[in-house]
Ligand binder design. Structure first.
Ligand code: ADP
Ligand code: MG
Length: 451
């Protein structure tokens, strides 16, 4: 039951919230009318009690079909001190989160995140056109902009807009078939269909969509067979006047190894790009987020966070969540002084050579460069390898496949998985963040002295 509950909650809550507060709890006992949950410490218990108990019990009730009382216990004899100088530190130590991260294969992605709706999207000069186009497509799909191609950097709202289109359609027309898939998932479905000899149903499935939303289409690069199949899916839908929306971190003509015919299909509707938000927009986003989460924020705090997180809205939101968590745990008032120590504004990333990165990581974790390029699955080695991939993504412009090559010919999905995983851990675990900062510092230093 608890894993079902977790799955649902994961869809409903933001990732930092989920990782920090929900995932650390475990189910202890379930009787007819009472579910007992164990939390790692008193702060976590109070926090859950205060903010999430209603959400949890709603979900449980939904699953069980009857109301259930939720009781929260605290693990006894927990010797983790809940607060340290760096902030929240009871999260799993690096070692254990690695193994945990690997064994928990990622659940199938949620269809649509209920938070990704138009009303929660803040419009600024950076995204005005993408927003307007998305709204137009949502209002009359298959008409004006088909396909709609959204492009922009990581964490700037592509997925949000895309899913907002889906929500909007479902509100208007609850029966319409809205498919939201990542390119990864499309590929996996395709592979599964080939394996199970069920291509027919694969095709039928995708071709019945009224609106097909495909996220991170840049990952189609180099996948010949996926491109082939997607081309036919696309054409079928397009000819039938069905809407296709694509999101990518770059425009079609900059996706390497993309078939010419797909590139031209992708470009025949509207390409709308999203830029990094300006200060005013960032402040408005924080303001709105705080309103939805019922958090009172002084203007000085909003300003502070917004000035320090400039290029990625996901990080901006993550900073807000961390700040809120910190003051609530420490009992301090929400002021700029009190949250400065834990916010750690992003440090600039100097471009570095892959060798510098490999050397820095090998050195820091006391492993050899051969280890990083090899296939050992020993925990320390695969952990440092994943960190290395993440840092290479941050400090170079190399594509995922190229990064895979630097690590002795790993598949690009392995690289993607590592980068995602480390990125997520970084958001939820202050020690991981600290480690990455130190490594980035060293890489910056080495690269600067070299130049
Ligand atoms: P992308 O798909 O471009 O990487 P996402 O759509 O996942 O980015 O957005 C990252 C986070 O930032 C999400 O939580 C999203 O709700 C939020 N976000 C992005 N842009 C906006 C915006 N304009 N207004 C409100 N929230 C936003
Ligand atoms: Mg996205």
């Amino acid at each position: 039951l608890w894993s079902q509950v977790l799955e649902r909650l994961q869809l409903q809550l933001s990732r930092p919230t989920f990782e920090t507060w929900i995932k650390t709890a475990s189910a202890e006992q379930l009787t007819d009318n009472c579910l007992v949950l164990r939390t790692p410490n008193p702060f976590a218990r109070n926090w859950l009690q205060k903010y999430y108990i209603k959400t949890i019990s709603d979900v449980v009730q939904d699953i069980l079909g009857q109301p259930v009382e939720i009781q929260l216990l605290v693990t006894a004899g927990d010797d983790h001190s809940p607060i340290s100088d760096t902030g929240i530190s009871w999260s799993v130590p690096i070692g254990s989160s690695v193994s945990e991260g690997i064994s928990n294969s990622p659940p199938r992605l949620p269809e649509l995140n209920h938070k990704y709706v138009f009303s929660r999207f803040v419009v600024g000069s950076n995204n005005r056109m993408a927003h307007a186009a998305s709204l137009a497509v949502a209002e009359s799909p298959g008409r004006e902009f088909n396909p709609l191609f959204l492009c922009g950097g990581v964490g700037l709202g592509k997925t949000h807009l895309m899913q907002a289109i889906g929500h909007f359609r479902l509100d208007k027309c609850p029966d319409s078939k809205i498919f939201y898939v990542s390119t990864e998932q499309f590929t996996n479905d395709l592979i599964a269909a080939i394996r199970k000899d069920s291509m027919q149903s694969f095709r039928e499935h995708y071709r019945t969509a009224d609106v097909l939303l495909v996220d991170d289409i840049q990952f189609i690069e180099g996948k010949e067979y996926t491109q082939e199949e997607f081309f036919y899916t696309f054409n079928t839908l397009h000819e039938a006047g069905k809407q296709v929306v694509l999101a990518s971190d770059r425009p079609p003509n900059q996706i390497p190894r993309l078939q010419e015919r797909l590139c031209s299909r992708f470009s025949m509707g509207l390409i709308a790009d999203i830029q990094a938000p300006d200060l005013e927009t960032r402040m408005a986003i924080l303001q709105k987020k705080a309103e939805y989460e019922n958090i009172r924020l002084p203007r000085s705090v909003i300003e502070y966070i917004a000035t320090h997180y400039t290029s990625n809205i996901r990080e901006l939101e993550g900073a807000l969540i961390r700040a809120v968590a910190y003051v609530s745990i420490s009992g301090l008032p929400m002021t700029v002084e009190n949250i400065t120590p834990i916010l750690n504004p992003p440090i600039p990333k100097v471009k570095a050579s892959p060798d510098t990165i490999l050397m820095t990581v090998a050195d820091a974790f006391n492993v050899s460069i051969e280890d990083l390029k090899g296939n050992s699955r020993r925990r320390e080695i695969s952990w440092s390898r994943q960190i290395g991939m993440y840092l290479m993504r941050q400090h170079t412009d190399l594509s995922l496949p190229r990064i895979g090559e630097e690590f002795g010919g790993k598949d690009h999905t392995t690289v993607l998985y590592s980068c995602d995983k480390i990125g997520q851990l970084r958001e939820s675990d202050a020690t991981v963040d600290q480690t990455l900062r130190q490594l980035s510092d060293r890489i910056n230093l080495t690269s600067q002295t070299k130049n």
